[in-house]
Design a protein around this ligand. Structure first.
Ligand code: NAD
Ligand code: WQD
Length: 363
């Protein structure tokens, strides 16, 4: 089975590539490296010992996408490529709508043209907005509260319309809660650009001494200790959820949304304690004003994924923090670009072997 992975060089994509290769899938990655480095893919090869094709391609370029489908016999697509920073999406909404929505439209059009109709899409718990009640069910009301979240909600609607127009499509909408952690090798992990927006990358950069102290956004929420509660999920569990969804879309038609979370919420203060334990470092923090738009509690009811896909998160909060820390301490500056990674044409297997994997540029 040949799986096209868009955005495969990114945080969740690279972990999913490892799981796919370990399970014997052949993969092809498309990424424009706007928020990732080629080194992450080199490390996927280091972990798995497997080679795969990589196209330095933008999903906004339909002609290039078409070439990728012409050159390869693709069975299914896992679609991670997208911009994901909530704050940035408020400042530059058009870029978010353009990249995420138009990019997905292009992908679906090209898939349709080549009769590839199995799709696993990276949605987000952000589509629920301010949830009326927790744990959140897939049937809960949707109401994203920022442009990024609205791109995900719009794409979900577009994909539902697509399925309604042609019942031979098979689509999984995976609504991730809060992915954290890293591969246990410490070779791949989350490598945010600049100052991290999310809690765990911020805490781990404080622990490693790159940032002075954490700002805890509010301690007056109606939660166990007043700080925000979230459903943190290990990225490897999340990656495995994609393999389960892939099996499901390969064996049936339809469109289904699934919550991928653990079902348990941890507060910011609990996460600080867990990370101190995992790292053996002190995490200085101060309480500041709540961040605008933050919800008090957000955690999943993940039973639909368990019942339909046979997927359940297995990794503990300790493992999530230990693996994040191993990645951080081994790579304090994230991925350093490796100059030895070279671009080859897609049929140049010889140079590809020297590079560690095949890098091609669709032109
Ligand atoms: P990431 O930024 O690490 O990975 C996304 C990848 O897509 C990057 O490698 C980027 O270079 C690539 N990309 C972006 N636009 C592209 C384009 N036009 N053409 C080709 N490649 C493009 O993000 P991630 O954390 O791995 O997230 C993957 C997906 O999951 C995203 O769609 C994101 O919105 C979604 N998601 C992430 C989270 C999270 O907290 N990390 C939570 C819910 C949903
Ligand atoms: C977690 C908790 C903060 C940083 C975001 C996106 C969501 C999804 C996942 C993509 C909250 C608190 C955080 C800090 C803090 N991404 N916090 N100090 O906001 O739940 O979700 O990432 O789809 O769309 O919105 O995650 O990690 O930013 O925050 O106190 O410096 O940590 O207030 O309670 P969030 P987060």
């Amino acid at each position: 089975m040949v799986i096209l992975v868009t955005g495969g060089a990114g945080y969740i994509g690279s972990h999913t590539c490892v799981e796919l290769l370990n399970q014997g899938y052949e993969i092809i990655v498309i990424d424009n490296f706007s928020n990732s480095k080629k080194e992450s893919l080199k490390r996927v090869t280091d972990i798995t010992g497997k080679l795969f094709k990589v196209y330095n391609t933008d999903i906004l370029n339909k002609d290039q996408l078409n070439l990728v489908f012409l050159e390869n016999k693709i069975d299914s697509v896992i679609h991670f490529a997208g911009l994901k920073a909530v704050g940035e999406s408020v400042s530059i909404p058009l870029r978010y709508y353009y990249n995420n929505v138009i990019g997905t439209l292009n992908l679906c059009e090209v898939m349709n043209k080549h009769n590839v109709k199995n799709l696993v899409f990276s949605s987000s718990a952000t589509v629920y907005g301010n949830p009326k009640e927790v744990p959140i069910l897939e049937s809960s009301l949707l109401g994203a509260t920022n442009p990024y979240g609205r791109t995900k909600q719009m794409i979900e609607e577009i994909l539902k319309d697509l399925y309604n127009s042609d019942h031979s499509w098979s689509i999984s909408l995976l609504r991730y809660f809060n992915p954290i952690g890293a591969h246990e090798s410490g070779l791949i992990g989350e490598d945010p650009n600049g100052i991290p927006n999310n809690l765990l990358p911020y805490i781990s950069q404080v622990a490693v001494g790159k940032l002075d102290k954490l700002k805890v956004f509010g301690n007056d929420f109606p939660t166990k200790d007043g700080t925000g509660v979230r459903d943190y999920i290990h990225v490897v569990d999340l990656a495995r959820g994609h393999l389960k969804a892939l099996e499901n879309v390969s064996n049936s038609t339809g469109i289904n949304a699934y919550n991928l979370g653990t079902g348990t919420g941890y507060s910011v203060l609990e996460m600080i304690k867990e990370f101190e334990k995992a790292s053996g470092r002190n995490i200085p923090y101060s309480i500041v004003e709540p961040r605008p738009g933050d919800v008090d509690k957000c955690f999943a009811n993940p039973s639909k994924a368990r019942e339909d896909l046979g997927w359940i998160a297995t990794k503990t909060i300790e493992e999530m923090c230990e693996d994040t820390w191993r990645w951080q301490i081994n790579n304090p500056n994230g991925y350093i670009e490796n100059n030895k990674i070279i671009f080859t044409t897609s049929d140049s297997r010889l140079s590809a072997e020297t590079a560690g994997f095949v890098m091609s540029k669709a032109e």
